[in-house]
Design a protein around this ligand. Structure first.
Ligand SMILES: [Zn+2]
Length: 60
């Protein structure tokens, strides 16, 4: 069945270009990737100091 909906860039809602699907441009592709990485950096984890003190404890 034919897709009659014009595809739009999920970042800026401009029409998608075939070269950068599913985005309108390489710039929006990069922005999407950065958003993805940004989510990863926000994952909770122990602070570095905490990991260091654990390593010292395990030595002895
Ligand atoms: Zn875009």
């Amino acid at each position: 069945m034919p897709n009659s909906f014009p595809e739009k860039c999920p970042i800026c809602k401009k029409p998608v270009s075939n070269a950068s699907k599913p985005f309108c441009s390489q710039g929006c592709k990069d922005r999407d990737l950065l958003q993805w990485l940004g989510d990863g950096y926000r994952l909770p984890g122990p602070p570095a100091d905490y990991a260091d003190s654990l390593a010292i404890d395990e030595k002895d």
